[in-house]
Design a protein around this ligand. Sequence first.
Ligand code: SF4
Ligand code: SF4
Length: 345
Amino acid sequence: KSIKTMHGNFHFAKDKDEALKILKGITGTGKTIVKGKSITSEEIDMNENLEQWGNTVYETDLGEFIVQSLHSRPMHILAPAVNIPKEKVAELFSKIANRDLPPDPEKLTEFAREYLRDKFVNADIGISGANAITADTGSVFLFENEGNIRFATNAPDVHIVFSGIEKILPTLSDGFRLLEVVSRYAGYLAMTYVSIVSGPSKTGDIEKTIVYGAHGPREFHVILYDSGRSEVAKDPVLSPILICVRCGACMYECAVYPITTGYWGYKYMGGIGIPWTAYISGGFEKAAPMAFTCTLCGRCVSYCPMEIDTPEIVLRLRETLNEKGYIPPFIKSMVETVMRDGVPY
Ligand code: SF4
Ligand code: SF4
């Protein structure tokens, strides 16, 4: 209701098919689209679909731009290209630039800045996720350090926000509380940029007549995505996964993640990615090997600002996987060996 009051367009998608139908209805074909980092968009394979419909998509977060150009996948929720060495980035950017670029992070960042600048200005549509959407004002909070999200959501004529329903917070003040938590646990004193977008750009400067589309977008769309979240919310053991603020603190401290990076995951990775894979994006089969790789050590719990008890959730998921017959073969054979020989190998 508050999004509509602010002259935005509100859409609700219960699953991937609905989300893609809504998205296609807004974007159509033949558009240039700039995107800010959004893991929720990975759930619906947004880039691949937008391109299939005849659009051109540019990821504008530097890490995501590297991952997109390599046709790879993000390896960390905050640092998607954390696994790519600077020499590989130099090789990649040299091909795009058609000139030799040194493996120097400063020079490589400068190239990305130069390459993407006109894409922002000439894009028809900007797509972002949301760190929070506040119910009382219909405002979308966007936290970042690079400045690309601000550019991508401000320069084009149309801004589309694609967000899970779990990002809704009751009030504008709650959005600021979230900001403090996310920045501290992501390791920053403060985020460099905080954008709060409440509807399309507007002015009333000529005879107090309100005109939409002053300097920012004329059209503002929010697509709220469910895909299993409302079912998870009903379960007292599982529901804490919905308050994950994606700060990434648990991954830095995890016993398994530093060795496996994003390969320990599907769309969502790491320990918290296990229940997200099982219940939101991926399914039990994909989540099963992940669930049995977690050591249940509990280090993630002590570093989580939201005190999410990932091992407890993983244990519960293991029971469900057992009941439903999704025990991975390597676990089955290990159990059989222990029962027979008294040792796992
Ligand atoms: S309990 Fe699992 S997810 Fe948490 S730190 Fe240990 S191995 Fe990682
Ligand atoms: S589970 Fe906790 S520590 Fe990990 S990303 Fe979510 S909020 Fe941060």
